[in-house]
Design a protein around this ligand. Structure first.
Ligand SMILES: C[S@@+](CC[C@H](N)C(=O)[O-])C[C@H]1O[C@@H](n2cnc3c(N)ncnc32)[C@H](O)[C@@H]1O
Length: 286
């Protein structure tokens, strides 16, 4: 795709590393440097999972063991106001690059989605839905002083205001058919990523391919350009390929960029497998 190749020329100056083929452009860089070289109104859909900013020396339970929640410097909170400034800043950059017909999906827990929702409203996004992702297999709550956290929230928002001539994509009929002929509700049940989805390595906040793929099935058409500013292990890229979309993903940490590259390049090189992973059987490959 020539559009991806055009951007690649400017990316060379800001990226530690990058990978480009006909369908995807993966960039190892700080996304705030990348926004500078992206064009306004170029992206059809953004799906992202920003830092939750909860690495606060607390603990959680993984595989029956108490482990630290600390994920890295990128996930540390700098206090309520600075965290909100950070969210406002990246959402503002996303607003500029999103087409007038575009939509954005942002996933998060209560640590971050209140600020995300507020920033969206301040910037002029129109919130279309809050999707509640119910995890069938959440970790137990070790403190026993509140309920077990078993959901995450996706805020789905349009750039254009209500009544605008610029219509966003919502594949209503497809979603209804997927829900056995009934209107699809905003409560979605999916398991956390299985071992198969982690066969190339682990990311501490990896999302299930199914969750992102459904979001993109609902809000994209083949040929759309999907963007993830905080790509982590590249799950959005795989979901974009599954939905015949182009993808640009940015990741600052080299170890996660390498993981995303492995997963997406594998998916990209195995087109026949891509169609297979639309099934549970195929998901075993990732
Ligand atoms: C919550 S994780 C995303 C996980 C991803 N959804 C997945 O399925 O693997 C957020 C990612 O954003 C990256 N990140 C944080 N700040 C960044 C920045 N300024 N530019 C680019 N990436 C950044 C982190 O290294 C981390 O991998």
């Amino acid at each position: 795709m020539s559009m991806l190749n055009n951007i690649t020329d400017s990316i060379k100056n800001v990226a530690k590393d990058y990978y480009c083929d006909n369908n995807v452009l993966l960039i190892n860089a700080d996304v705030f440097d990348v926004y500078e070289v992206l064009n306004p109104n170029m992206i059809d859909c953004i799906w992202t999972d920003p830092p939750y900013l909860l690495s606060n020396n607390g603990t959680t339970c993984i595989a029956g063991k108490r482990v630290s929640v600390n994920k890295g410097k990128w996930d540390e909170s700098r206090g309520v106001h600075e965290d909100h400034e950070f969210n406002t800043e990246w959402l503002h950059e996303c607003y500029k690059i999103l087409k007038l017909t575009g939509t954005i999906w942002v996933s998060g827990t209560v640590h971050v989605y209140l600020s995300i929702g507020m920033a969206m409203k301040e910037l002029g996004y129109r919130i279309l839905n809050d999707i509640i992702w119910v995890k069938k297999n959440p970790p137990p709550n070790l403190g026993c002083r509140c309920f077990t956290h078993s959901t995450e929230t996706l805020l789905w928002a349009a750039k254009a205001p209500k009544g605008s001539e610029f219509k966003y994509t919502f594949n209503y009929k497809k979603m209804k058919a997927e829900n056995h002929g009934k209107q699809m509700k905003n409560v979605w049940v999916f398991n956390a990523p299985s071992k198969n989805e982690k066969q190339f390595g682990k990311h501490p906040t990896q999302k299930p391919i199914n969750l992102i793929s459904r979001s993109l099935r609902a809000s994209t058409e083949p040929g759309y350009l999907v963007f993830d500013p905080f790509m982590g292990s590249g799950t959005t890229g795989i979901a974009a390929l599954l939905n015949d979309c182009f993808f640009i993903g940015v990741e600052k940490e080299s170890k996660y960029y390498d993981l995303a590259y492995k997963r997406i390049a594998y998916a990209s090189d195995n087109k026949s497998i891509i169609s297979d992973i639309k099934t549970q059987e195929g998901l075993k490959l990732f």
